[in-house]
Design a protein around this ligand. Structure first.
Ligand SMILES: Cc1ncc(C[n+]2csc(CCOP(=O)(O)OP(=O)(O)O)c2C)c(N)n1
Ligand SMILES: CC(=O)[C@@H](O)[C@H](O)COP(=O)(O)O
Ligand SMILES: [Mg+2]
Length: 645
């Protein structure tokens, strides 16, 4: 579909085109850009509200700063659609997040305007500081380094670490822009949020700040000593006027704002002034997530990434499916934890900033004093869980597989070394889909499997997820010394009728799903359903295939593996995770350790970055969709292909 562009946007391919415009034309550019984002996302999908909220900021930044020489770093990057459109990617923006198309996040190899690759949050301050220090080293005193970070991203320890360091490098030419919209994906949480509201709403502070700002603007023209004097007065007054002393100033970051992040005239003026103020500084901008699209301003969580929608009615498109609908794994988690918690008073739930993504919001609503959103703070979430576990709580700590990478030391040091039975539910394990390599849950089988005192499980379907969650909170696990990881993917399972009574699974026991004679497929997790499909076609070809669902990557079901290796000399392992160190590696280790030999083919993610696309496209690319499994089985058994894919 051809998306119309406004007349000004039509003439902009790069920021240099934008910079040719008069300041009074920027309003119009911003409106056209906003409209273009609405049009594009409504028909092609992607993140939405965050980009709408920074339209004015995006235009002003590229207008005032000399990008790409000046380094502009977007934190997370889900809000950078306007930036992408203004920096050479307008004409192929239709391919955003689509297989083979441009990435939904800034990416260094995609554009020189993408100063830093992102996807995970809270990296911008450290990266910008690193660049600023690099520029100091290279004797480039005029280069600017701008980190745009949201109030949600600012809750992470990494952001605090960056600010702590930045405040001590007084010559670092770094501007932190705090894009404060009081939202993460869900409403932002924590004491910092309260603090930002305090600064934002103090009327006396705001009046004096505006006066100081004007004075500062005038004095800055008279050189450094005049600026220093104004700066000192300003700091003293800010400190006196705020109910608490200014947090940022206390870290030696000069604090400016708060200002209206949608007032493009003021924004442009302020950014110009800040260009002349050396050293580390922070500009606090107030914005509205979803700005300019009514429904997105009202329900900001729903419109964070709404999927396709009718831009006129605001109706979000539902998936058309003629089959009965299977639930998302995340919803099975959300309902099951409540069901279990109703019976077991020790159960609590933790999420670092993903209440709706993990569906822990179901428990947060039903049992607000037993389910907690701790902000974007994966490390804290894990150690908090560990602390709770020492007091006898059965903690379900739900973290996306990719974000758990942040908390690896905490898993080892604070949980496993301390022999605490924390339950980790790793959502989005396996290919995440359109978010791409920053978000694929590729590594968790490998990184969890190698830690002592860790059980690693994955359900083939919804019923199994429930049973694994049931097992994890049982006395058998909770009085033991081992943590319990359950990994499951993004999206739906296969069982519309999923709410079955709990039944007991034994730790380290797999299950034989089907007998066979010619070869065996050992699968781990829901990707096993692709094997089930492939096996049907293999049977048609006369290839009798056994299917074993491993259930546990650790401990392995050794009895089952002995049975497999005694009976079969052709074996395929299948996992939705990296091949290096995954379940295939575990089976190989078992084979070698026990002196078996077999022709063993491992299917899973290869040792390279796999880009974005629909999950089924990525499985196919890596040869582990049903067709790929079929072909591998065929080539192992060396029979001719007759079923065509
Ligand atoms: C380490 C990490 N944890 C969680 C996420 C998921 N996530 C993406 S955006 C987001 C909210 C960010 O809030 P904020 O920085 O305020 O940006 P806004 O969407 O409000 O513009 C979260 C939690 C992530 N990308 N990275
Ligand atoms: C930018 C980011 O990290 C999140 O918005 C992420 O895209 C959410 O992914 P899900 O849609 O799988 O919850
Ligand atoms: Mg925010």
């Amino acid at each position: 579909m051809l998306i119309k562009q406004g007349p000004l946007l039509n003439n902009i391919q790069y920021p240099e085109d934008l910079r040719k415009l008069k300041p009074e034309q920027l309003h119009e550019v911003a409106e056209e850009l906003r409209q273009y984002i609405i049009d594009m996302v409504s028909v092609h999908g992607g993140h939405f509200g965050a980009s709408l909220g920074v339209v004015e900021l995006t235009v002003a930044l590229h207008y005032v700063f000399n990008t790409p020489d000046d380094q502009l770093i977007w934190d997370v990057g889900h809000q950078a659609y306007g930036h992408k459109i203004l920096t050479g990617r307008k004409d192929n923006f239709y391919s955003n997040r689509i297989y083979g198309g441009i990435s939904g996040f800034p990416k260094r190899k995609e554009s020189e305007y993408d100063a830093f690759g992102v996807g995970h949050s809270s990296t911008s301050i450290s990266a910008a500081l690193g660049m600023a220090m690099g520029s100091m080293h290279n004797n480039e005193p005029n280069r600017q380094h701008i980190a745009v970070i949201g109030d949600g991203a600012l809750t992470a320890g990494l952001a605090f670490e960056g600010m702590n360091h930045a405040g001590s490098i007084k010559d670092a030419n770094i501007l932190i822009i705090l894009n404060d919209n009081c939202m993460a994906i869900d409403p932002n949480v924590g004491a910092l949020k309260e603090y930002l509201t305090d600064i934002t709403t103090s009327p006396t502070y705001n009046k004096v700040k505006d006066d100081i700002w004007n004075l500062l603007g005038k004095m800055s023209r008279f050189g450094k000593s005049a600026r220093d004097i104004v700066g000192k007065v300003e700091n003293a007054m800010k400190g006196a006027l705020l109910s608490q002393s200014n947090f940022f100033e206390a870290l030696n970051l000069r604090y400016f704002g708060p200002i209206d992040g949608h007032d493009i005239d003021h924004l442009t003026e302020v950014l110009k002034d800040l260009k002349d103020i050396p050293g580390p500084k922070i500009l606090h901008c107030l914005t509205v997530k979803g700005k300019g699209y009514g429904p997105a301003e009202v329900d900001q969580t729903k419109w964070h990434a709404p999927g396709l929608f009718d831009k006129v009615t605001g109706e979000i498109q539902k998936k058309v499916n003629d089959k009965p609908v299977a639930p998302k794994f995340q919803d099975v988690f959300g309902h099951t934890i409540v069901e279990l918690a109703e019976k077991n008073k020790n159960i609590v739930g933790i999420t670092p900033a993903m209440p709706s993504g993990s569906s822990l919001n179901i428990m947060m609503k039903a049992m607000p004093d037993r389910a907690f959103d701790v902000g974007i703070a994966e490390q804290h979430a894990v150690t908090l869980s560990a602390g709770m576990a020492t007091r006898g709580l059965a903690v379900y700590c739900n973290i996306y597989s990719t974000f758990m990478q942040r908390a690896y030391d905490q898993v080892i040091h604070d949980v496993c070394l301390q022999e605490l039975p924390v339950i980790f539910c790793l959502d989005r394990a396996g290919f995440a889909g359109a978010d791409g390599p920053t978000h694929h849950g590729a590594y968790d089988i490998a990184y969890m499997r190698c830690i002592p005192n860790m059980i690693v499980a994955s359900p083939i379907n919804e019923e199994e997820l429930r049973n694994m969650m049931f097992l994890a909170q049982s006395d058998e696990v909770q009085t033991g010394k081992q943590a319990f990881t359950i990994r499951y993917p993004r999206g739906e399972g296969v069982m519309p009728d999923w709410r079955k009574p709990f039944s007991k699974i034994t730790i380290g026991k797999g299950q034989k799903l089907k007998d066979g004679e010619d070869l065996a497929i050992l699968s781990f997790g829901p990707i096993g359903n692709q094997a089930t499909l492939a096996i049907k076609d293999l049977e048609k070809e006369g290839i009798s295939t056994a299917h074993y669902d491993m259930r546990f990557a650790k401990p392995l079901d050794e009895q089952m593996l002995h049975e497999v290796f005694r009976k079969f000399d052709k074996i395929i392992t299948l996992e939705d995770g990296c091949l290096q160190g995954g379940i295939g590696s575990a089976v190989l280790e078992f084979m070698v350790d026990h002196g078996y030999t077999a022709q063993l083919k491992r299917l899973g993610m290869p040792d390279r970055l796999v880009e974005h696309g629909e999950q089924y496209q990525l499985y196919a690319e890596c040869g582990y969709d049903a067709a790929g499994i079929f072909k591998t089985a065929k080539s192992l058994t060396k029979k001719e292909l007759t079923v065509k894919y």
